[in-house]
Design a protein around this ligand. Sequence first.
Ligand SMILES: [Zn+2]
Length: 235
Amino acid sequence: MPPSEGDVIEIHSHRMPILYRRHARARNYVLRLHFTKTVIVTIPRQGTKRFAREFVASRKSWLEKQWRIIEARRVPPHVLRPGMEILLRGQPVTLELRRQGQHWHLHFGAERTPVANSDGNLRPALERYLHNAARVELARRVQELAREHASIVKHIVIRNQKSRWGSCSCNGTISLNWRLIQLPDYVRDYIIIHELMHLKELNHSPGFWREVEKACPDYRVAEKWLKRNSGQVGF
Ligand SMILES: [Zn+2]
């Protein structure tokens, strides 16, 4: 039998390695396209690798269909390009690339950050920059608001959270999503105050909301903004 290591099949012009697995209990040849884009063939005890190879070749259109299913399921990497808009501190800003000598910079609003090249996805550079900026700005704002509302914050963590704005733990840690830097100031402040009030009451009881309202009388306006505009945040 010819060496099988290194068998590949071309699916939609992608070369996919084929792995053969012999299973004593398998009754039939079984074909699977793994999401890592590897073709896996199970060979039954009485089977041969030669037949397995023919089997793979004969199921090529089935593999192509599986490949399309896998591709469709993958969340498309959201590519950010020059000319696109993001929200920053409540204002839409346009992403612009500018060249300075050998170097490229991403400009947006009053900010700028270097990028490695001019034709890639701007997302990594932008996220890195905003996450760092959020670390400084949000920490400062938490301290200011904590002083104003007589709260004691022991630790502030700025996180990359997908679905929450912030959280708070009973040991005095406040965690905030770096995307808070995208919100209008009064909405950002409301979220911080909300978490500060949780340091006093770790629930959403009427008592908790009374405290929130005392500290942030317009909190309902901020809540409304979040309901309407959360979709614009993140990019
Ligand atoms: Zn809450």
